[in-house]
Design a protein around this ligand. Structure first.
Ligand SMILES: NS(=O)(=O)c1ccc(C(=O)NCc2c(F)c(F)c(F)c(F)c2F)cc1
Ligand SMILES: [Zn+2]
Length: 261
């Protein structure tokens, strides 16, 4: 179906036809070549401050290309590290691959993919709201957390329990239990890479300061599989949602900074 940006036409490699910025100078995701990252002591000197609250997640929606847990941002703010302003939490979603495949994440590390990647999206409070911030060069900050196969993550499981309630694009349910997105941060969230990039889906605005956590979060193999129980429209009808990721694009004239030596 036309609506599926990953499966209609030639997919991500054709996005530039409608969104020329797809070939821009600060696009995302990218491969993080750890031989070319640069430790920046300023990042360690002014630690990233990530604050989430128990009451900040209101609802979960099937956006047609992922699930999205939406927040009013109350008590959820991001500052410090590479950021010159306070950013407020707006939503989290994820990107993942296909059964028995090793791909799935959007960013890669030394050419290696993870099975999935979580994005916690924040907007710069110097702007009026998310929509005002979304296309400004310093408008958004997104924390990326890689998922790796390991022990079950009960917290994320509580979000996945809602997937059956949002079977189709636009379906939305309220979250009537406390869920603190801080649960989705890896044990050590001091070590991260950061660079200036973009939204990884159209309109691909070059408005994102990316903060990619070095340490992945462990979830079970079953939980990775449950991601694919979400449904989306494809040219051949409704089917399981997977491979909703943009592959890495050229780094161009950018250096990825590390908060650790
Ligand atoms: N994968 S990611 O880089 O983390 C990413 C994060 C957010 C969005 C997004 O909000 N898109 C919809 C969207 C827009 F693209 C707008 F331009 C806008 F104004 C919105 F309100 C809006 F919801 C897209 C990609
Ligand atoms: Zn994303």
């Amino acid at each position: 179906k036309r609506g599926n940006i990953y499966l209609s036409g030639a997919g991500p490699s054709a996005w530039h036809e409608e969104y020329p910025v797809a070939k821009g100078k600060r696009q995302s995701p990218v491969d993080i070549n750890t031989n070319k990252t640069k430790f920046d002591p300023k990042l360690a000197a002014d630690p990233l401050t990530i604050r989430f609250s128990d009451s900040c997640c209101q609802s979960i929606v099937n956006t047609g290309i992922s699930f999205q847990v939406t927040s009013n941002g109350a008590g959820c703010e991001l500052s410090g590290g590479p950021l010159d302003s306070t950013y407020q939490f707006a939503q989290f979603h994820a990107h993942w691959g296909a059964y028995l495949k090793t791909t799935g994440s959007e960013h890669t590390v030394d050419g290696v993919s993870y099975p999935a990647e979580l994005h916690l999206v924040h907007w710069n409070t110097k702007y009026d709201d998310f929509k005002d911030a979304v296309d400004k060069p310093d408008g958004l900050a997104v924390i990326a957390v890689f998922f790796k196969r390991g022990k079950e993550h009960p917290g994320f499981g509580k979000i996945q329990d809602l997937f059956s309630k949002i079977p189709a694009k636009g379906a939305k349910v309220n979250i009537d239990f406390e869920f603190n997105p801080g649960l989705l941060m890896p044990p050590d969230s001091e070590n991260y890479w950061t660079y200036l990039g973009s939204l990884t889906t159209p309109p691909l605005y070059e408005s994102v300061t990316w903060i990619v956590m070095k340490e992945p979060l462990e979830v079970s193999v079953e939980q990775i599989a449950i991601l694919r129980t979400l449904l989306w429209e494809t040219p051949n009808g409704v089917s399981q949602m997977y491979n909703n990721f943009r592959p890495p694009v050229p780094l161009r004239d950018r250096v990825i900074r590390a908060s650790f030596g």
